[in-house]
Design a protein. Structure first.
Length: 302
């Protein structure tokens, strides 16, 4: 096994473990829905899910998956994720892949898992692109396909993919590849991601003057945006979700419309959504922290 693959194994082990850790019988903290008000709003979204809202289906599926708001039920989670996926949600397909690949309250099924992963990749779901690209790269199967998938994930702001690309290019022999690595680490350095600042500095010390000029020019094109604000409480986030869907799915005729492909994902909605769970899982473990809280809750379906 080459030194490159050994380094990739070290990095990817934490990433792939972070994905598989969703299968734990514990419930991740941070997605609590224990109040009456919260459960009332979830039941409203459940109505929208039954009426055909892909986004509501995804939220309800995640609630059943984590056991927050409803009793944990993997079969119901699969049912709602499947409905959402049939309307084109790559994110729901990604979760179906994880559930079948890691056996989350169900028997493992690699055939179905591959189908769901392929669907998510075709829908450009960033974590699916990252997972498949990283898996191909660590197995040294098809580096060109792997780099293409990781580049797509990086373009979709999946920073782990950007980091892995930077790490890969930094180990290549040519100055042009090292330039790419430096520019990628620079983009991550601006976001204060992992040890990118250190990796960037080390690379720049090795690059010739001509290559440094190329990287400095790229630095001037990077947009730096500082966003300030408060994180919405759970109730407010659920209220935003309800408000965004009410006009279409709150009418008496909504049950019969079943609008296809209406995968609404308002940027302000994070709580209980697939995006929030994904981000929580993948960042918490990569940073070396414990994914789950101190109190473990047993999964009644295992």
């Amino acid at each position: 096994m080459t030194r490159k693959i050994i380094k990739l194994c070290v990095f990817l082990t934490s990433v792939l473990i972070s994905i598989s850790s969703i299968a734990s019988t514990s419930i991740p903290k941070g997605f609590l829905c224990e109040t009456v008000e919260c459960k009332i709003r979830l039941n409203k979204l459940k109505q929208y899910a039954r009426n055909g809202s892909s986004h509501a289906q995804e939220i309800i599926a995640t609630a059943y998956l984590t056991g927050e708001g409803f009793e944990q039920n993997s079969k119901k989670a699969i049912s709602y994720f499947t409905k959402s996926m049939k309307q084109g949600s790559g994110r729901s397909a990604w979760f179906l892949f994880a559930m079948h690949h890691y056996g989350m309250g169900i028997d493992k099924d690699e055939v179905k898992a591959k189908e769901y992963l392929d669907f998510a990749v075709n829908k450009k779901e960033k974590l699916a692109l990252f997972y498949k690209g990283a898996s191909l790269l660590i197995d040294d199967i098809n580096s060109q396909e792997a780099l293409a998938l990781l580049t797509q994930a990086s373009d979709l702001k999946e920073r782990n993919a950007t980091y892995l690309l930077a790490d890969y290019y930094s180990q290549q022999p040519t100055d042009s590849d090292k330039e790419k690595a430096a520019m990628l680490f620079l983009e991550l350095k601006v976001k204060d991601f992992k040890d990118s600042a250190y990796r960037y500095t080390m690379l720049m010390d090795l690059l010739p003057t001509k290559s440094k000029a190329v990287v400095f020019q790229h630095d001037s094109t990077i947009e730096r945006i500082t966003i300030t604000g408060r994180k919405l409480p759970v109730i407010e986030q659920l209220d935003h979700a309800i408000a965004s869907l009410a006009d279409v799915y709150d009418s008496p005729s909504a049950m019969g419309t079943r609008i296809r492909g209406n995968h609404i994902s308002p940027s302000k909605i994070q709580i209980m959504s697939g995006d929030a769970v994904q981000q929580y899982v993948i960042t918490r473990l990569i940073k070396g922290g414990s994914l789950f809280g101190k109190v473990a809750r047993q999964n009644p379906h295992q």
